[in-house]
Design a protein around this ligand. Structure first.
Ligand SMILES: *Cc1c(COP(=O)(O)O)cnc(C)c1O
Length: 391
């Protein structure tokens, strides 16, 4: 049988790192330790009280049945309480909150509810790849909004053409930002709200890193801005805040019509999150602020070590105010970010992510993730230094 993928699968962005993957494989086979600083997956364990909540709930047969597709009321109430406590944003747990099997799931499904074939989504570039992919999987188009260093990696809404603005149905934004580590204030969110109201666009703000912030910076919610709830929702995740990437639990909050649309898709595709995981999520969302701070302090120590270390070697890296990434320019002598990463891997056995993997405007940069213990980060610095990558 001649098996062909659908056009939408064929349209997905090309995977750029096959060669780097082969090189990693080869080194590992030869017994050479590869230090992987490419993945945004915390090495720190989930807190014990959260694991205990899962274990206790898993023993209760009440939780062995199909969950509700939009999440248990108890979970949605904890989300609403978290938003009130943390952002002073009021949410009705009845219809303004939906549980997700990780925020990635919700992001990927949202366009299915609102995009018809040929409609457009405005997506940042560079970006978390799922925004663009979700548009393509819904048979829509992605219109890139360049995130440029001169604009502090925020999209310039004034350069979006009238036609594109009118054609677009959804805009994705994400601050604190992956991969650029940029932050945005409420003035920027206000601009986005005005633009979205004028052009009748749904705004999806991805706030996955709101709690991973440093040096006194406190990240806002998009929903803190007046009228934001008229046109938008915010995706949020327990993955990064509570070291729970493997658990697959997140949520979306905001405009009830948009939430209902997302719910319609989910109702017909998945049947919600295992209730024991939702109880663990409730436990996580009720964690004392100090627990999150202790976690963030570990990332801060690593950030300082890596930024200072790389600058000593001769790179130019700034200390990010948020996220567990560093984003910096590759040295001039390299042709592009893939070539830099290939050299780095070959000479020093250290893996970083080429900026071009996040979109064409990511070219010229590299992303490094500090989700490794301090000893490993020190070893990575040591190797980069002694192998003289910059020479
Ligand atoms: C990690 C990440 C997510 C996904 O988180 P899950 O809830 O684990 O699916 C979403 N957006 C961004 C920008 C991320 O970096």
């Amino acid at each position: 049988m001649n098996l062909n993928y659908s056009n939408r699968i064929n349209k997905l962005p090309e995977y750029l790192f096959a060669e780097i993957d082969r090189e990693i494989e080869k080194k590992r086979k030869n017994g050479i330790e590869v230090i992987d600083l490419s993945v945004g997956d915390p090495d720190l364990p989930t807190a014990n009280n959260i694991v205990d909540a899962l274990c206790d709930s898993a023993r209760d047969p009440e939780n062995h049945r199909y969950p509700s597709y939009r999440g248990m009321l108890e979970f949605r109430e904890s989300v609403a309480n978290f938003y009130k406590r943390r952002f002073n944003v009021r949410l009705n747990p009845e219809d303004e909150v939906i549980a997700l099997i990780g925020s990635k799931e919700g992001i990927a499904h949202l366009p299915l509810a609102f995009i018809n074939s040929g409609d457009s989504c405005l997506v940042p570039d560079p970006a978390y790849p799922v925004y663009k992919i979700s548009a393509i999987l819904a048979d829509g188009n992605a219109i890139e909004m360049p995130l440029l260093e001169e604009n502090e990696f925020r999209p310039d809404l004034n350069v979006i053409g009238r036609k594109d603005a009118k054609k677009a149905k959804i805009m994705f934004i994400n601050y604190p930002n992956n991969p650029t580590t940029a932050i945005a204030d409420k003035d920027f969110f206000r601009e986005v709200v005005d633009f979205a109201i004028e052009n009748e666009i749904i705004v999806c703000h991805d706030n996955a890193y709101s709690e991973i912030t440093f040096d006194g910076y406190i990240a806002p919610s998009f929903l803190e801005v007046k009228n934001a709830k008229d046109i938008g929702i915010e995706f949020h995740s327990l993955s990064k805040t509570y070291n729970m990437t493997g658990w697959r639990i997140g949520f979306a909050v905001g405009n009830s019509d948009i939430i209902r649309g997302l719910g319609k898709v989910k109702e017909n595709i998945d049947s919600g999150i295992f209730q024991a995981i939702q109880y663990a999520g409730v436990e996580a969302l009720n964690s004392p602020e100090s627990e999150i701070r202790d976690n963030v302090n570990i990332f801060k120590e690593r950030r300082d070590l890596m930024v200072d270390g790389l600058n000593d070697i001769g790179f130019e890296v700034e200390k990010p105010k948020a996220t567990f990434y560093l984003w910096f320019r590759i040295p001039n002598k390299f042709k592009n970010s893939i070539e830099f990463c290939r050299k780095l891997l070959k000479k020093a056995g250290v893996v970083m992510t080429p900026g071009s993997g996040f979109g064409k405007y990511g070219e010229g940069y590299v992303r490094l993730s500090i989700t490794q213990p301090i000893e490993i980060l020190e070893r990575a610095l040591e190797r980069i230094k002694c192998k003289n990558i910059l020479k």
